[in-house]
Write a protein that binds this ligand. Sequence first.
Ligand SMILES: Cc1cc2nc3c(=O)[nH]c(=O)nc-3n(C[C@H](O)[C@H](O)[C@H](O)COP(=O)(O)OP(=O)(O)OC[C@H]3O[C@@H](n4cnc5c(N)ncnc54)[C@H](O)[C@@H]3O)c2cc1C
Length: 335
Amino acid sequence: MDISAGVMIFAETAEGKLSSITKELMGLGTRLAGKLEKGLSAVLLGAGTEPLATELVNLGADAVYLADDAFLENYNPEQYASVIEHVIQTAKPAILLMGQTSRGADMAPRLAFKFRGALAMDCVELDADSETGLLTHTRPVYGGIAMARARSRAASLQVVTVRAKSQDPAEPADDREGEIIAVGERARGEYAGGMKFLRPVAVEADEVNLEEANIIVAGGRGVGSTENFKRFIEGFARILGGVPGASRGALDSDFAPANLQIGLTGKIVSPQLYVAIGISGMVQHMTGCSSSKTIVGINTDPDASIFKYAHFGIVGDFEQVVPALMQKCEELLKN
Ligand SMILES: Cc1cc2nc3c(=O)[nH]c(=O)nc-3n(C[C@H](O)[C@H](O)[C@H](O)COP(=O)(O)OP(=O)(O)OC[C@H]3O[C@@H](n4cnc5c(N)ncnc54)[C@H](O)[C@@H]3O)c2cc1C
């Protein structure tokens, strides 16, 4: 399969494995490449990443550009971008898909600018015109209360970052064939940037990984106390096999720690199920969770904004509603 003018994805790793966004990008890349009748390639950077190249082939890559080198062990945006630039010049993809992650958001604008390409960030839907190859991208705006749809104009390279959990991941198959192309050494010679990695600084790891969670039970100011937050929000999350989250209202009232905040100035999440309890649904909160697959709102106020977003709404006092839900869910999940 000719991969020039095709689709390329930037593969990210976490703890020695392909990260979940990479599998989603492979799923999306496969669909777009199929529609355009072009090849799909991946660019994989890091140290000790070679075994993951085969995994990318199994996920559907016709070619994997592998830069497996000790000098790529630690992320340096200039260095990484320089290697990817080299790969783009060689492979000549028409579309580059990256995750809306700290690395993707860091490099996508650099690469789009470098190649005078088109750039769309934080997309949740993508489609390609099979005649022109131009992308139509959809992304949430105004805190997720509206979707903006735009089309790329003719560009040599269309760079897109994609929000996590917005795409179906690719399914692996062992019998796929693809080429693994080593690019490390040449790319290394071409790096002449001024940024140098000094040392890693450990930050306290979050016990709760909200961004990766499939089920989130979030509490707001309406839960009334730290004890209620623990009992009803954390307790309900545990029963459902999910994790707790919080609004800024809950944080400001000291009901929940800062690492649980969801929203404009907190974390952006896209779980399968988001249960918002005692949360009014202000736009700054909904920015962080409106792309959840199913939203359930529980609030005493029938006019609360949360009900504009919720797929299911319960008007009532959480102290009555949540224990009943906890009991029922526990029963159902036991069987
Ligand atoms: C620049 C900026 C950035 C911000 N960033 C964020 C952000 O990242 N995340 C965020 O969450 N907010 C953020 N905010 C704040 C945001 O505007 C809201 O103030 C906040 O989300 C409100 O939190 P809340 O819904 O918990 O509280 P409230 O708005 O006070 O709502 C509490 C809700 O609980 C309901 N309630 C009360 N008692 C009960 C009961 N017994 N049972 C059921 N329901 C009950 C009430 O009806 C009410 O709807 C930001 C604001 C600004 C200006």
